[in-house]
Design a protein around this ligand. Sequence first.
Ligand code: AMP
Length: 603
Amino acid sequence: MSTSAEPTTAPAADEPPVVTFRDLGLGEPVLKALSDVGYETPSAIQAATIPTLLGGRDVVGLAQTGTGKTAAFALPILDRLDLTQKTPQALVLAPTRELALQVCEAFEKYAARTKGVHVLPVYGGQGYGVQLSALRRGVHVIVGTPGRIMDHLDKGTLDLSELKYLVLDEADEMLKMGFAEDVETILADTPDTKQVALFSATMPAAIRRMSKQYLNDPEEITVASKTTTSSTITQRYLIVSYQQKIDALTRILEVENFEAMIVFARTKSATEEVAEKLRARGYSAAAINGDVAQIQRERTVNQLKSGKLDILVATDVAARGLDVERISHVVNFDISTDTESYVHRIGRTGRAGRTGDAISFVTPRERGLVNAIERATRQPLTQMQLPSVDEVNVTRLSRFDDGITAALGETERIDRFRDIVAHYVRHHDVPEVDVAAALAVVAQGETPLLLEPDPEPRARAPREDRFDRGDRDRGDRGDRGFDRGDRPDRRPRNPNMTTYRIAVGKRHRVEPRQIVGALANEGGLSRGDFGAIQIRPDFSLVELPNDLPQSTLDRLSDTRISGKAIEIRVDTGGPSRRPREGGNDRFDRDDRPPRKPRHRDGA
Ligand code: AMP
């Protein structure tokens, strides 16, 4: 393989050699599944963690969502499962039902080529029946929230006596949600011989202590980062949901003054899909990835160099070493899983002394990666907003003008048309400007010149009126946050929500996250089901969907927070009708239902 024949893959001097999943020691079925899902190379956390776990050592990994940590622990587990063992071999603890389900899906995806692997999600809110019958049939991997796993252990319905692998995913989140005790009990009550992998985005003292006490000489893995971004590259990021990415990219293509662009996607299939969608929208775009034959890749890169092609959609591997001066912009359609790959990617622009632009799409859950990149590159990333319809239209109009100006410069061709147009004007008695407009219609075809205005945005609370739940909670579902408790009244803003009252408040030292944790896990609610939460001195108000089934309410009524039964009921706005424990009447009197919105601190 000569270097000259491989212009797109030959690593530049500043790039390390490519490590493959095969190099990490994974077996065939898992490798096949990875090839099916289109991962080309391991992310940094995967490259560091997988061999260690395969070698049998415990791991403490400092990694957040978006780094590929799920595969980092799931792949070595799947690789070593004994499919003849009936009792559970691997247990993954996750802070929320949402994450537990995601991890389950990931396991299933990676196990697609391993026949007969059974993975079971176990979380509060789901009926015990389903879980019990699955457990009886035999499962290999359990992914669950600590509360429900503890319930099964207490009931004797879960046998962890032969557990081989235990993973604590998002350990810091689990502690924040009040699961420390449950997690420690599970750690202590499972075989000493098990291998433990603990992943956490931060390393507070409690986690350090836990890992010292329960892990056996763990290898600490923090992905080292390279710090050589060029200051001639302007770095921006856009918070965007997965579904909005293509629209966001097309708007950026409209308003950015780019010459040539590389768009990075995580998987081979994503490169094809994005390139296809861009072509459908009239851009000259092509995909390169590990599956594209070398000769075709070279042809594509040459087209980019010569200006026949403007947009290349690539995976990391396919774009290694790419050196094309025309590349003015790099767009991370999927943000890099680690800072090192980020640095390599954006180094594809700003070549040969030019300036460059890098724009990264970041989903709300991946927000933490921006800080990691800033820390590693020691350069700030500026948050940008999605270009508005007005901005797009202004650019379209100025391009339209530029088109006319450029055509007027082609004097010979203009001369030939001038007589034809003049003839039309004379014979049809139409003003010249109308004829020009008619010609524009012909030139424009069916596609409208200007974008329609965006629909009115949903009325929402101002940003600072909301309790910040952290990245994961904002989710891709829209930005629903929690009030800090300073709402003037108790009516939910959203007509689909009902305000419930629970009998724990400031006096019981509860915090919104505990309420969410408890209700989500016990009621089987997703975090997106929560509206505003107001914590009052003696009770709290929680907005939940109107249509909560009675069975959910029944389950919730048994829930305890900080040891106290929550006695959930629909809030009528009035003082508690139940006999209260002594001494707290004065708080409730203070909390009479408002006749009209009041502006006072709810506490
Ligand atoms: P996680 O940090 O585990 O939540 O993973 C973040 C995203 O990266 C998920 O969408 C994974 O499917 C994807 N991903 C994980 N590992 C790789 C890889 N080696 N190559 C491409 N994508 C990956």
